[in-house]
Structures are given as C-alpha cells and as structure tokens.
Design a protein around this ligand. Sequence first.
Ligand code: AMP
Length: 439
Amino acid sequence: MSNQITFASLNLAEPIMRAIVDAGYTTPTPVQAQAIPQVLAGGDLLAGAQTGTGKTAGFTLPILHLLHTKPAATSRAGRPRCLILTPTRELAAQVEESVQTYGKYLSLKSMVMFGGVNINPQIKSLRGQVDILVATPGRLLDHVGQKTLDLSAVEILILDEADRMLDMGFIRDIRKIIALLPKKRQNLLFSATFSDEIKTLADGLLHNPGYVEVARRNTTSELVQQSVHMVAQKLKSHLLSHLIKHNDWKQVLVFTRTKHGANRLAEKLNGDGIPAAAIHGNKSQSARTKALAQFKDGSLPVLVATDIAARGLDIDMLPHVVNFELPNVAEDYVHRIGRTGRAGSNGAAISLVDSEELQHLKNIERLIKHQIERVAIDSFVPPTHLPPEAPRPPQQNQRRNAQPAPRKPASNQAQPAKPRNTSGSHQPAMSKTSVHRGR
Ligand code: AMP
C-alpha cells in the first residue's frame, strides 16, 4: 500500500515540497507514508520505527505543515509551539538540523537545547521567536527551573527514541515535563522497541493513537551485509588496522563497549597512520561536534564511539560499521548496525568476536533469527611482538533481555592466523561504563 503513496499525494505545503525536492527525496519511506497522513489529521500517534527508516522526516514534515498552516495564537518569544524530546545531544542536534532542512522555505524558527554547553546563548535565543524546540530532558528542566522557558504554548509533543530515553533513566524528567504542558495537545511517540514501560508511558500519554510500525522489531536490514571475524581480543586492533588499510575503507564507524576502550583504540589507529577520533560522553561537546563533522565530510575516516554517543547518529550511506566488541545487550547490535545500509544504500557490518563473546553472539543471532557468517581473513598476519594486553572491557550491567556471558572462554576459538607470540595477561575490569545523559 505504502508503495503507491507519493509526496505529492500527502498534500504538504508547497515550501515543504520544495525542500523535499532539494533534499533529493523522490518517494516517502514506509514510516513517512503511514505516519504523515495521521499526524496531519491531528491525532496522537504511536510509531515503532528505528533510526534509518526516515522517521525524523516522518514527524518533522507534517508538524512543519501544521505549524505553517495554522498561525500562532500568541507571541512566540520563548514559547515553543512544538517540543521534541530526544535522549542524546547528538540526536537533538540532528533532529533540529532536519527541521531546518525541511523548513528552510518557511518562516518558522527552531532551536536546539542540550547540556554540556554554556546555557547563556540558549537563554538569549529563548528571548526571540521559537516555534520548534528540540531538547534533551535535563537541560530543558534547567531552563524551566531558571524560568527562561515557557511551555504553556506547546501544541505538539514528540518523544523521539522514547525507549532509549527510558533506558537512560529519563522517565521522571519526562513526566515532570509533560506535567508542564497544556492538557490539550497532539502527542507523538516514536520508539524502536515496545517494553512494558513504553506501553505504560504510551497509555498515559496518548489518546486514541494511530499506530504505525515499519520494520519489525529487532530485525536487521537486508541491505546490511553482516559478518563475524573470530579473533582474540588482543589482536583486534591489529586486525582492524589491517582491514581498514587492506580494503581502503574510507568511512568506518567503530563501536567499543567503553569510553576508555574508545580512546585507546583511536590512539592505536592514529599510531598506525589511520586518522581516528573517539566520541563519547566524557568528551567536550565541541570535540564531539568537530569529530562528527569531520567524519561526515569524509576528512576523518574512523570514528570510534560508545553505544550511547552513537545513538541516533545520522550519517548518510555509511559504508562500514565495526563492532570492536559485541554489545552485551543483543538489541544494541541491531541499533549499531542500523547506522549502515540506511535509506536504500548498502552497507557492511563487521563484528570482531573473541571466544569470550560467543554467548553474546548467540544471543544476537537468536534475536535477529539468523546466523551471521563467520569469515576468516587470510591476508591478516598478526604481529610477532605484542605489547602487554590491554584490559578487557568490563561487562556492563545486563539490561533488558540480555543473557550473561560465559565465564570460561570457549576452547574452539578460530583466529585469523596463528600469532607467534601470545604473551600478555588478562587484567580485571577497571571501571564501570557510565551512561552519558543528554543533559
Ligand atoms: P532517520 O531514520 O530519520 O534517521 O533517516 C535516515 C536517513 O534517511 C536520513 O539520512 C534521511 O536524510 C534519509 N531520508 C529520509 N527520508 C527519505 C526519503 N523519503 N528518501 C530518501 N532518503 C530519506
């Protein structure tokens, strides 16, 4: 059904149609085809869609139309008519970028607000017209506390990646924010998964919602070619350097389990002559923004990220995603590889798997309901002299439906080639990964 829907048939205002043409979109994605008419009709919406499906335009295009065609009742200085809440700073920035892209021929004004940066420029912006506010919950509540933001004119509320907001512990902040909004408003809730917690939130928030679900939960895109290389932890960084150089990869997003591991890997790659930067919650916002911009424009070939930092990153046609360690929450695998093979382009997701991670691999394969191909790298010759092994990333607290990893390494680990020197000892886990909140 959705195949027959064209942008023209959605009856979006002409300036929005022009921006869609400029963006190069010819056909609405399934989530857009289903969500846009329902949002335009003014009802609440519950949408099951992951990043990579075009969900951002799925809510941005119709809200721009609604706000554009219905003039504001009152003065708009510091009084947004639409509030979009996101879990992370990066996602907030990207959503607001989309609002600007699709709304560039409209007179509506948007603003993004998140923590980790000076609050004063945000306070200054709030003195002017703001129609659409994209915010992370913590900083938004800071503004409310300082009385620099007035939420009494909000007509539309959007919770984007609501599941991740709950995972990150934002439920109380979300409830506080909802309590500050006018009772009569339109509510849209986007989530990649539907836990009981999400259902409870949706039940309390949405009134007679329309329902949209695009990719089945926990399915991986067929456009992503997935493979596993079995390799000992201490050889992983060497194998990764080899893969990048040997295959001349130009743009690789690498996931590590910890911030510390991300830093160490970026250093090692730089040492191997491969420009790389780490992006995680301990980095300043300006360092993160700079690394992301360089990665996007192709001047930085490797970005090493933790799950939270990478959540919601929208990088067009990302060709390679590498799991330097498998996530111990199987659903995070689906989110990670959702960075590639997006909106119609092909991508490859490569996982470097040590024998101690086999249980994680099994959990992931059970979740995605197929076996990932094991591929040996014949061209890889491990170094003869290895420095003492870096500590293993700590096992994080298990969340959701994750299963514990086995304590003992499996005995049948395949390696890309036999290392001649395997010295180095395992050290105990050093630190707990802390979750970066979008304050
Ligand atoms: P999202 O799921 O919102 O993060 O979007 C994923 C990517 O799809 C973004 O890079 C969008 O620019 C792109 N996109 C969104 N809608 C369309 C469309 N109708 N046709 C082609 N690409 C699109």
